[in-house]
Write a protein that binds this ligand. Structure first.
Ligand code: GLN
Length: 269
């Protein structure tokens, strides 16, 4: 099979043209520019077979990041597997807010609850090496992916196993961040996200359970003046603000994501 035929096969399956090109470039270990300049070259049978499988999976909705095994987040290349949510650009807003609150050089203690691939904790540690980062997840499989990312990137993070605050008994932080599951259990968007771990996307019910639990348990884990910053759904800002105000937080405010949706809400203890 020629490269040109392989790219045509993507078209026939309805796979996005750029995805098709990048998937084949990844298989060949070449750049996209190389690929387009060599479209008469023949693929080995093994590459052609593997690429056909990639195309079929992409056409079935498997995220591109799972097929190539990595995703860029806040300037870092992270390994991702189906055990973790694919990091979203929207979550960079949470990281940027955290970095504004962390003066460079300050030895702050920062926690990331439900770290998944480790994206948030790793991005903060990368930008603020003096901070000490603790990242939790209830999924041992996710923690293994996050620990592998930390090792590859040479970033020192403490990983703890357990849900929300439970592995952090008796510990206090200067800043706590979380992108918990927040999609409502009956939200039709979940159908399009079926290849990602459901438990990382939705706490079921109205989508607010994880956010409620994080806010409710926060006080004993935050130093006076510490901030808690939470990612949430586009229609949950008011509810999360009410949770934070109700739990006694001050300076409660919301920031928008790159698409202009209210996406992160934080408050100060
Ligand atoms: N932002 C993700 C999405 O809507 C959901 C992530 C989450 O639930 N934390 O695809």
């Amino acid at each position: 099979m020629r490269i040109a035929d392989a790219l045509a096969a993507g078209r026939e399956l309805g796979v996005d043209r750029l995805d098709t090109q990048l998937l084949l470039a990844h298989r060949l270990g070449r750049s996209r520019a190389w690929l387009l300049a060599h479209d008469e070259d023949l693929l080995s049978r093994a590459t052609a077979t593997a690429f056909s499988a990639d195309l079929a999976r992409r056409a079935a909705g498997v995220p591109f990041a799972y097929l190539v095994g990595e995703r860029e987040f806040h300037g870092l290349t992270l390994r991702v597997t189906p055990d973790v949510l694919v990091p979203r650009p929207d979550t960079e807003v949470l990281v940027d807010w955290a970095l504004e609150l962390l003066p460079p050089g300050a030895p702050a203690r920062v926690a990331d609850l439900g770290t998944g691939s480790g994206a948030i904790a790793l991005a903060v540690k990368n930008a603020r090496p003096q901070a000490s980062l603790t990242a939790s997840d209830r999924s041992a499989e996710a923690l293994a992916v996050a620990a592998d990312n930390a090792a590859r990137l040479g970033l020192d993070i403490e990983f703890v196993h357990g849900e929300w605050w439970s592995p952090l008994a008796g510990r206090r932080f200067d800043l706590v961040l979380s992108n918990p599951p927040y999609i409502a259990g009956a939200d039709p968007h979940l159908a399009a996200l079926q290849h990602e771990p459901r438990g990382a996307l939705t706490p079921e019910g109205d989508g607010l359970d994880a956010l409620r639990r994080i806010v409710a348990g926060a006080a004993p884990h935050l130093e006076a003046g510490a901030w808690l910053l939470l990612e949430h759904g586009y229609d949950q800002a008011e509810a999360v603000q009410a949770l934070l105000v109700g739990a006694g937080f001050s300076q409660v405010s919301t920031r928008r994501d790159l698409g202009g949706q209210p996406r992160c809400t934080g408050g100060r203890r």
